[in-house]
Design a protein around this ligand. Sequence first.
Ligand code: S3P
Length: 168
Amino acid sequence: MPHIVLIGFMGCGKTTVGKQLSKQLSLPFVDTDEWIEKEQGIDINTIFAQYGEPYFRELETQVLKRLCENGKPHVISAGGGLPVQQQNLPYLKKIGEVIYLKANADSLEVRLAQDTKRPLLKEGRLRERIDTLLHERETGYEEAATHIIDTNSMDVGKILEKIVEILE
Ligand code: S3P
């Protein structure tokens, strides 16, 4: 079985869905953000503030590379910016099933309203940041994905069902 990677915008449900999927499939779960935070011993906000975004992106690529080289299948929740970094595309193309959990700006805005963990949403108005980044990234997500699930009208259970259907 190949790796199963969940991609999509911040707040689209990758981690929640990924954790449940890993239980259902009895596969280990990895969240690239959590991996980086654990290894660096600091949180993402601090990494961005102290070392800058390019440094964080390099750490993400290293994590992706290592997962790619790891033959044991995992359910992977990828940070929202990982699939749209050009240098990561070759790895995503060979890592396994890449499932894009597509969500619109309205549902993302609701989910991200109370967020304090994401450095890219700190500046300016939340809805404008979501609109801008989503517009910039949409094509990249679609390009990286092997499957796309439109999650807007789905709860977690339905998304899981859909993923299992795709993997069958
Ligand atoms: C980011 C998404 C975050 C995290 C970092 C940058 C992005 O992950 O990697 O804050 O560029 O979209 P989540 O998508 O898990 O929130």
